[in-house]
Design a protein around this ligand. Structure first.
Ligand code: ADP
Length: 259
């Protein structure tokens, strides 16, 4: 294993992309896609040229979260034109698949799909391409790390022990593959009751920042459990588009990520 293409394997990193950031998690459902779409929007709002690739083969949720479900055009049958949503150049494996059919692909097919999404999509000049990975430590992560030379990986976890346990495995994988870990984000860190202001630590408290400290990895920030975030994602209008406290939190995360 290693972070660079092995003999005979060509790079699948688009040459016009300055920085490729993989967003991973150990466990599913921790908010990896929510964080990916909002970070993409926050970076675009700061004037950067941003791409978002939804590579979550088994559960592509970005078409819904970015509010863009058109099938991308491919006038010559080879190069695929990405979509544009909320100022972000956007492509999802979900746009090429039947949304109601399960994906039952073996490793080589997954690798082929990832390769296509990176090297046959007309990404254009991008400052940052955010790649929303499937959860876990499988073929997609391996191929991306070995053949697309990510600038680094961002790990999203909730403070819950089971989520952190899996996040550790994801980080171990990126270490083995020599993909630098850019930082850890704690999502669903606290719930502020809108009625009484009580702070409920539904999934535990402070686990992710402690883990980051232990491993010597930057802790980029904590995001609360927030109804508006969930509603905005379901409506295809990421909360970072607005100017409320969550949009500000994402703007801060974006600053820390690219500083
Ligand atoms: P993953 O990509 O890790 O599987 P998602 O981003 O799809 O996770 O999030 C899972 C669900 O939790 C989605 O319905 C999403 O809207 C919701 N969600 C994610 N983060 C938050 C948050 N901070 N507050 C409220 N709901 C959230």
């Amino acid at each position: 294993l290693g972070g660079h293409p092995k003999g005979g394997q060509s790079s699948i990193r688009p040459a016009s992309v300055k920085s490729l950031i993989a967003v991973g998690s150990g466990k599913g459902g921790v908010g990896k896609s929510t964080v990916s779409s909002n970070l993409a929007v926050a970076l675009a709002k700061q004037g950067r040229k941003v791409g978002l690739l939804d590579a979550d083969i088994y559960g592509p949720s970005q078409p819904r979260m970015m509010g863009e479900t058109k099938r991308p055009a491919s006038p010559d049958g080879k190069i695929i034109e990405p979509l544009k949503a909320h100022g972000v150049t956007f492509m999802s494996i979900g746009l090429m698949l039947d949304p109601d059919k399960a994906v039952v692909w073996r490793g080589p097919m997954l690798m082929g799909a990832l390769q296509q999404m990176l090297s046959q999509v007309n990404w254009g000049e991008l400052d940052v391409l955010i790649v929303d990975l499937p959860p876990g430590t499988g073929d997609v992560q391996l191929t991306l790390s070995q053949r697309a030379q990510p600038t680094g990986a961002l790990i999203v976890s909730t403070p819950q022990d089971v989520a952190l346990l899996d996040a550790r495995k994801a980080m171990d994988m990126f270490n083995t593959l020599k993909t630098p870990i850019l930082g850890l984000i704690e999502n669903m860190s606290v719930f502020h009751c809108p009625e009484c202001g009580y702070e409920a630590h539904i999934f535990g408290h402070g686990g992710v920042s402690k883990e980051a400290e232990k491993l010597g990895i930057p802790f980029l920030g904590a995001l609360p459990i927030d109804l508006e975030t969930r509603l905005a994602g379901d409506e295809g209008k990421p909360i970072a588009l607005g100017d409320g406290p969550m949009a500000q939190a994402y703007a801060q995360l974006a600053d820390r990520l690219v500083q």
